[in-house]
Design a protein around this ligand. Structure first.
Ligand code: ADP
Ligand code: MG
Length: 251
């Protein structure tokens, strides 16, 4: 992990009606780190990703990527700079084979620039990428229709769609949720490998045990506010955090 701050969020806020979904949230991502975001349902975790990536408007606050102010950029421009996100509710192209779902990012201007126009056969690139992320090529899984894939593969496909963009930062919204213990166990080394390849990761996760295996640092959200930040052990020992999780399982 380097000392370089790759993404800086300064006091971003957003209210929906009377609800402060994000209330002056600030955070920094160091290049190469895995930052975990946890907090009860409705605490503003997804809103945070939506605000950073321009999917919803900020009432106030700012976001910097590599010291460049990206506060007002639209989602496609932010993605083009190299910040990719997964969606908690996935919307794959159901009627297309899994690998064809990666065609949109593979034809993006960012990938064209990165490959100097020499990406070659996009289908082959897509299938290679899916194989890396656990789609068994021998069993023709990359060729199966997205509509026929079980959740575990759809979550991988969602992550692969981000990776196809050759991002520097990936913001993951609950990529482990709904997966079996065995499926998560196969996802953990995939996320580790992304980090080893230099990708900076922010991951919202409910599965604390698995998240804490991966995260260098954790931020805890509650009612739209950041209530704690630090290494997992210290954060979970915090009184405010334990109160926020009262009645829910803290592993
Ligand atoms: P989390 O991801 O932590 O479960 P969210 O960020 O999805 O929480 O939501 C935070 C709060 O903002 C919730 O009270 C939610 O109902 C509200 N909220 C989020 N998005 C919208 C929206 N588009 N319109 C109205 N309220 C919203
Ligand atoms: Mg959410």
């Amino acid at each position: 992990m380097s000392e370089e701050v790759i993404l800086q969020v300064k006091e971003i806020s957003r209210a929906f009606g009377g609800i402060k979904a994000a209330n002056k949230v600030s955070l920094e991502l160091a290049r190469g780190e895995i930052l975990g975001i946890i907090g009860p349902n409705g605490s503003g975790k997804t809103t945070l990703i939506n605000l950073i990536t321009g999917f919803i408007k900020k009432d106030s606050g700012s976001v910097f990527f590599k010291n460049r102010n990206i506060t007002k950029l639209p989602p496609h421009r932010i993605a083009d700079l190299g910040i990719a996100r997964t969606f908690q509710v996935m919307r794959p192209y159901h009627s297309l084979p899994a690998y064809r779902n990666l065609i949109v990012p593979l034809y993006s201007p960012r990938v064209k620039r990165a490959s100097g126009g020499k990406l070659g056969d996009r289908d082959a690139v897509a299938i290679d990428l899916l194989e890396e992320i656990g789609f068994e090529r021998d069993a023709y899984v990359p060729y199966k229709l997205a509509s026929s894939l079980p959740l575990g593969y759809l979550k991988r496909l969602e992550l692969a769609r981000c990776l196809a963009l050759r991002p520097e930062v990936v913001l993951c919204d609950e990529v482990f949720s709904g997966l079996s213990m065995a499926e998560i166990a196969t996802m953990v080394p995939i996320v580790e490998k992304l980090q080893m390849n230099g990708i900076t990761i922010m991951m919202i996760e409910h599965r604390l045990r698995e998240l804490f295996q991966l995260a260098n640092r954790v931020i805890v959200m509650n009612f739209g506010e950041k209530i704690a930040e630090g290494i997992p052990e210290a954060v979970m020992a915090d009184k405010k955090v334990r109160e926020a999780y009262l009645g829910t399982e803290v592993t």
